[in-house]
Write a new protein. Sequence first.
Length: 188
Amino acid sequence: MATTSDIRNGLCIRYNNDIYKIIEFLHVKPGKGPAFVRTKMKSVTNGKVLDNTFSAGHKLEDVRVETHKFQFLYHDGEFYHFMNTEDYTQIRLLEAALDRPELMKEGEVVTVIINTEDNMPLSVEMPASVILEVTHTEPGVKGNTATNATKPATVETGAEVNVPLFINEGDKIKIETDKGTYKERVKE
């Protein structure tokens, strides 16, 4: 059993007959009244996000999990297929288990969280950022760096990201996976 003081990002807990992963949390100690923890949890079975508040000291049923490195192989429309980099076993996951599947390209190595009780994969953690090539965008104009204006760009995985005006087709850009936003242009 865990308590509210054990809450951290990535913690998996059993709540309302489902398994949830903590996405965000905030410990609050108001000037008047007891402390509490405000959380944002994502269901690992259906992907729904739930906001919940736990009072301080509340007991939580945590789920023992293991993490393994898996390589993304391909997407067949319904399932995403992954291969364990240690023993080469393959698994397939529904899109709901993935946070930002549109930013994953074939060959990407991700971390899969697996429930130790039944060896079922719970969720997939992407790297903090990915480098993707821009396949389509309006042509950039030299000198358009003074403002924070952006334009839509399509990257090699098919995802659409807002980028600065100076980005052109063929440029490689770094994208933050947690927000799905442009971070910087990558020179090779």
